[in-house]
Structures are given as structure tokens and as C-alpha cells.
Design a protein around this ligand. Structure first.
Ligand code: NAD
Length: 431
């Protein structure tokens, strides 16, 4: 197929490269000239395992990039994958998505025949029906259900394993309200994956498809917040929450995934998606008790980590190492990272923060330009009076000798990644 993908961030770049790998001809469209230039040169603007080699293999061949939305008219279908950040009140800022929808609408206005627009960005049902569909219809002069089709196809990939997740997903959700032309086009798009793996395909309404993404993320975030809540109770009673989690995970109704208690969840999705769902519920007069508690518990975890540090060292005026800045290992993304409240809390206490991350230091420097960034974990630990471990990069499990170079070997571990326990003051957040 000839496919256009609008928005080439984490999702759009992964999607573009993977669709090219599946044999489609892909035009990636983004308003950011630098991103477009890099893609055309065969470079990826983001770090994702396996993505660089795909982009360099297909750039200039089956994968081209452009800043001009008009390119969408030359394709069979357009996927919208632009960002949908949260406003200050938690509700969705759909301005970029609506602008992209208008641009695509204008592009396809003169196109003869049917064009399918696939919404992959995460937005609530009312945004799709009330803003995105009308924007495309008005700009294109085409009618939804006529020569225009709009489908909702949420994305469930995880940063850090985006390529693998896209290529072998747990499910594919197609929200089309039963529109046969849209279903046929999406079947052709995903055919190379579906012929290789047994992937459940959920055919549903557009509104349901949009909500499935929010429910998915709210459920996962709540599972982590619940195990963190249990972990905090465990810590108070001298119980190892990981031994408890291992046992409860054997119950097939609970399952063993997402039971690693610690300093909390982050990233570009869980924080904004739970906030958007809560804000939407409140806007119609419903108080979403569990979702609210999920968010609040998560907001409190970094402070619990810092209180553990406070119990052993007065950080005011002292060099304190923060190990791990990315919201999780395998990515350079610091959006929603728990390292941000940890660094902020340390600065508020007067600490002299030295941070290290193998990938994410550059991105973190945009939020905290004035703290020190070390070139290695060992360099960050040297002379430090305490260390907070915030991301479970595997290399932090192998710092045994580096702890000896600390002025005060006080280590608070928010991810249960530090192996050494002897000869240092070690505190696990929930164990
Ligand atoms: P991102 O911020 O990394 O990328 C968004 C891209 O859109 C940027 O490159 C930006 O320049 C571009 N853009 C903005 N306005 C545009 C326009 N009018 N035309 C063309 N390009 C435009 O975002 P992301 O993390 O890739 O997320 C995209 C969507 O996918 C969001 O709705 C997000 O919630 C959802 N999602 C993200 C993930 C994830 O792990 N990051 C997973 C599933 C779903």
C-alpha cells in the first residue's frame, strides 16, 4: 500500500519504519524540518532498539519524509500519529491533532475516490467525533462515510521495545463502526503481520476503540499504583514486597506482570492518559475514585524515596547522585519521568545534584540545565553523600566498586536494581 503517516515522533517513526519493513511504501510527514531531514538521511530522531537499522535500510527507498501534508493525497490511507499532550487541567490538548486533520483534509480535497484517515493518536471518543472528523470533513469537502473514511486504531507499543511491540502486538483494535471499506484497507495494511502471527483483531466502534486505549492504560497504571501502595505498607512492616509480589503473581487472576513496586510510573502516556480520563469523567459529573487514587499514589512515591534518603543523610549543600533519568530503561524519553520530581525535591532541599543516565541526559538537561551531568554512574557516585536510583538500567546492578568512592555510601534504590547490599547503607523503597 501507499501509506502516509503524519507525526513522526516515537509512534510515527516506529510505525513508518515498520510499515516500510512490512512492504508498504511510506511517506512520513512532520512539521519539524530537522526530524524530516534526519529521516531522509536515514537517521532516526529518537532512540529505540532496532529502529535505527530499519530507518537506514528503507530511507530514500520505501520510506521518505516530507514537511508537506499535500503528500497525503498521493497515498491510499493516512495515519494520524501526532502528539496529544495534556493541558494544565489534565484534559487533552488536541490542537496539533486537529491542525494535522485539517491539513490532511485540505490535501485530499482534490483527490478522486475514497481516502481513509486512521487516528492512531490517543484521544477520547468525543474529540474524534466532535473535533477530528469535522476538521477533516470541513477541510476536504468530503463526507465521513462517503468518499472519506475515518477509523480509530489505537497504538499499544511500549517505548524501549517499540519495534518488537509493533511487529508482534497482543492485539490490533480497529474502530470503524463496521465500515467495510475501512476494514478492508486496514486488513491490507496489517496483512503482513496477521499472516505471520496469530494476533487477535478486535473490530469495534470508533468510540469503543478510543476508550479501549484509555482503559488499557488506566488499568496498567492502577496495577502499578496498587502494588506500590502494598509495597509502602510492606516497607513499614519490614516485609519484602517483591517476595509478596512473586507469590501473588502466581494467581492467574492477578498475573506476574507489572508487580515490581518502586518509585512509580511515568512516560508520555500513563500520566496524560490517566489525567485525561479523570478530567473527562469529572466533566460529566462522575468522580473516578480509583483513577484519582492511582495518580495521587504515583505522585507521592518520589517523595517517599527522598524521605528514605533524608533518614540517613542531610542532603543540604551535599553532592547527591541521581542514577537514571529516563522514565524507564531502553529509552531516552524523560516525559513524566520520576527522576524529575526526585531532582526537584533534592534541589528544594539544597542538594548539589549530579545526575547520570546512559541515554537521557541530553533530554533531561532541557528541564534541568543547571545540574551537573556525569559521564558515567561511577563518576556521579564519586564523592557523593548519597545516591537515589530512579531508573532500572541494568548497568546499575553492577556498581559494586563505584559505591566505595562515595563520601557517604548511602544508596536508596527505587527500582530494586542495585545488587550490592554489604558495606553500604542500602534502603529499598518497598523492601
Ligand atoms: P511525539 O511527541 O513523540 O511526536 C509527535 C510528532 O508530531 C512530533 O514529531 C511533532 O513535530 C509532530 N507534529 C505535531 N503537529 C503536527 C502536524 N500538524 N503535522 C505533522 N506533524 C505534527 O508523540 P508520540 O509519543 O509519538 O505520540 C503520538 C501519539 O501516540 C499520542 O497521541 C500518544 O498518546 C500516542 N501513543 C504514544 C505512545 C508512546 O509510547 N509514545 C504509545 C501509544 C500511543
Amino acid at each position: 500500500m501507499n501509506v502516509s503517516v503524519v507525526g513522526t515522533g516515537y509512534v510515527g517513526t516506529t510505525l513508518s519504519a515498520c510499515l516500510a519493513d512490512l512492504g508498504h511504501r511510506v511517506t512520513a510527514i512532520d512539521i519539524d524540518e530537522g526530524t524530516v531531514e534526519r529521516l531522509n538521511e536515514g537517521e532516526t530522531p529518537i532512540h529505540e532498539p532496532g529502529l535505527g537499522s530499519l530507518v537506514s535500510a528503507y530511507a530514500g527507498r520505501r520510506l521518505t519524509a516530507s514537511t508537506d501534508h499535500a503528500a497525503a493525497a498521493e497515498t491510499d490511507l493516512t495515519v494520524l500519529a501526532v502528539g496529544t499532550p495534556a493541558k494544565a487541567d489534565g484534559s487533552i490538548d488536541a490542537a496539533a491533532l486537529v491542525a494535522a486533520a485539517e491539513d490532511v483534509g485540505e490535501a485530499i480535497a482534490e483527490k478522486d475516490g475514497y481516502h481513509l484517515v486512521v487516528v492512531k493518536s490517543t484521544v477520547l471518543p468525543d474529540v474524534i467525533e466532535g473535533e477530528v472528523v469535522p476538521a477533516i470533513e470541513t477541510a476536504s469537502g468530503k463526507t465521513d462515510g462517503g468518499s472519506l473514511g475515518v477509523a480509530v486504531n489505537p497504538e499499544f507499543l511500549r517505548e524501549g521495545s517499540a519495534v518488537d511491540d509493533f511487529m508482534n502486538p497482543d492485539k490490533i483494535v480497529l474502530g470503524t463502526d463496521g465500515d467495510e471499506r475501512a476494514l478492508d484497507a486496514l486488513a491490507e495494511l496489517y496483512q503482513p503481520l496477521l499472516s505471520e502471527w496469530e494476533i487477535p483483531v478486535v473490530e469495534t466502534g470508533r468510540r469503543e476503540a478510543a476508550m479501549i486505549k484509555y482503559a488499557n492504560n488506566a488499568f496498567l497504571a492502577a496495577k502499578i499504583s496498587l502494588i506500590n501502595d502494598i509495597g509502602n505498607v510492606c516497607k513499614e512492616f519490614g516485609v519484602d514486597a517483591y517476595e509478596v509480589a512473586d507469590a501473588i503473581g502466581l494467581d492467574s487472576r492477578i498475573g506476574s506482570a507489572f508487580l515490581r513496586s518502586g518509585v512509580g510510573w511515568g512516560g508520555s502516556c500513563f500520566p496524560k492518559d490517566t489525567a485525561a480520563l479523570a478530567a473527562a469523567a469529572e466533566s460529566v459529573g462522575y468522580e473516578p475514585l480509583v483513577i484519582d487514587a492511582t495518580i495521587e499514589l504515583n505522585d507521592r512515591q518520589p517523595e517517599r524515596l527522598l524521605e528514605l534518603l533524608d533518614a540517613h543523610v542531610d542532603v543540604d549543600g551535599r553532592r547527591i547522585a541521581v542514577l537514571g533519568l529516563a522514565f524507564k530503561p531502553g529509552t531516552d524519553d524523560v516525559r513524566g519521568s520520576r527522576a524529575k520530581p526526585v531532582v526537584r525535591g533534592l534541589l528544594d532541599r539544597g542538594a548539589d545534584v549530579v545526575a547520570y543516565d546512559p541515554r537521557a541526559a541530553e533530554n533531561m538537561a532541557e528541564a534541568f540545565p543547571d545540574i551537573e551531568y556525569a559521564g558515567s554512574a561511577a563518576e556521579a557516585l564519586e564523592g557523593a553523600h548519597g545516591a537515589a536510583v530512579v531508573t532500572d538500567w541494568p548497568e546499575f546492578g553492577d556498581l559494586d566498586a563505584a559505591f566505595d568512592a562515595m563520601a557517604d555510601p548511602v544508596v536508596v534504590d527505587g527500582r530494586r536494581v542495585v545488587a550490592r547490599r554489604e558495606g553500604i547503607t542500602y534502603e529499598g523503597l518497598t523492601w
